[in-house]
Design a protein around this ligand. Structure first.
Ligand code: HH2
Length: 392
């Protein structure tokens, strides 16, 4: 089996190589030692830990390299001239670093542009449903939905995410006809009226197709293109961007007993495969976005770990969408049963999520979260500037 590489950190980064053979791990150690003793590497990265299981339940060994991006890049070049290391290690380290440090994402989708390098974008949630977990019934009719979309656009929404079926834990699937009858009139009217791009929150390819024909420009699929075999091709046919979200199970059963041996690794693998599914069907890789799927087949501990280690998803080289807004795990930590009272808790997750690399935050309270995002952006930008010399 080929070793798997992961990356994390700030300023000084750590690249974890999981699953090298003991011969390869020894060779890595020798190379780094020789580079320390005048092999022309300059300040050499150090070998942090060896043969440490990466997570308690992983059995394969892992070797971690730590250093500044410049040091790690030099080391990658140095590895290229050595035999006996895992095939392509040098290139993999190089592209992992490029992915991790990238922030200039620009998504162009059906004539709409999201310049994600400029600032964090806000995706305002528009649930045209009677039963969504936090605002079910509030915007169920077309006129009320339109009014709420206008409010969110005025409050700073960069995208309006329109959904006709609740995917809360335990939710039963809705018929296509019913889902279409809820969202299509809203999409038609909004796409004629508002300049902001519209995304359609659906896992059904037929619904996505009609929504795109009605003027939506992004597909937001909570199943990561898995529930409808035609979804990726539908997005490709319309030149639409796609949000590929991770879910374990289905909305009906996902919270019954979510289990992972390595929560971050498994979600990353699912998202990486989702990107490849999209690309194979003809979606431009530059139009793919990833989302770890907070609350979709995850316990409280899983959700907290995903947020804490969100930066690791940057290694996939695609912009991160984060949907924490008013969710149950916030209620669990703060002991707040009413979702609409979880706004301050949501603010904490938005600020931290942005700091860890989220480029789009999917939120219900657009005006309040716009302030949180602008403030966090200002701080993150300042710290990026002060670190700039290390990033060359
Ligand atoms: N969460 C929900 C729905 N769609 N899409 C993405 N990309 N990421 C998410 O985290 C996400 C999502 C659930 O929230 P909501 O739409 O408010 O609730 P409901 O499914 O009950 O309508």
């Amino acid at each position: 089996m080929e070793p798997v590489l992961r990356i994390s950190g700030r300023g000084s980064l750590t690249i974890t190589i999981q699953g090298p053979t003991s011969g390869q791990a020894n060779l890595l150690r020798e190379i780094i030692r020789s580079s320390d003793s005048g092999a022309g590497l300059g300040a050499a990265p150090s070998l942090l830990e060896e043969n440490r299981p990466c997570s308690p339940s992983l059995t394969s060994s892992a070797t971690a390299l730590t250093g500044t991006p410049r040091e790690l890049k030099r080391l990658a070049r140095f590895f290229a001239s050595h035999r006996g290391l895992p095939v392509g290690l040098s290139e993999k380290i190089d592209s992992l670093l490029d992915n991790y440090l990238r922030s200039d994402y620009k998504i162009t989708s059906r004539g709409k542009v999201l310049d994600l390098g400029l600032r964090t974008h806000l995706m305002g949630v528009l649930n045209v449903t009677p039963d969504s977990f936090s605002d079910g019934g509030l915007y169920a009719g077309t006129e009320r939905a339109l009014a709420h979309a206008r409010e969110m656009a005025a409050a700073g929404a960069d995208i309006i995410d329109i959904g006709g079926e609740s995917t809360r834990p335990g939710a039963e699937p809705l018929s296509e006809e019913e889902e279409l009858s809820r969202i299509i009139p809203v999409i038609e009217r909004l796409s004629a009226e508002l300049p902001v791009p519209l995304s359609v929150d659906t896992y059904k390819a037929t619904v996505a197709r009609e929504a795109l024909a009605a003027g939506a420009s992004i597909v937001n699929d909570i199943s990561g293109l898995r529930f409808s075999p035609d979804m990726a091709k539908t997005a490709a046919d319309y030149g639409a961007a796609v949000v590929i979200m991770h879910i374990q199970g289905t909305p009906r059963d996902m919270q019954q007993h979510p289990v992972y041996a390595d929560v971050i690794g498994e979600i990353m693998e699912y998202l990486a495969q989702g990107i490849e599914l999209a690309v194979k069907a003809g979606v431009d890789r530059e139009k793919t976005l990833i989302d770890p799927g907070i609350g979709f087949g995850k316990t409280l501990e899983h959700n907290l770990e995903i947020l804490n280690r969100l930066d690791e998803f940057k290694g996939l080289g695609r912009p991160i969408v984060l949907g924490t807004s008013r969710k149950r795990f916030i209620g669990a930590v703060l002991n707040i049963p009413a979702p609409e009272q979880r706004v301050d808790g949501t603010a904490a997750t938005v600020a931290l999520g942005i700091e860890r690399g989220a480029r789009i935050v999917r939120v219900h309270d657009v005006g309040r979260m716009a302030q949180v995002a602008r403030m966090t952006d200002a701080i993150v930008k300042a710290s990026t500037k002060s670190q700039a010399p290390n990033h060359k």
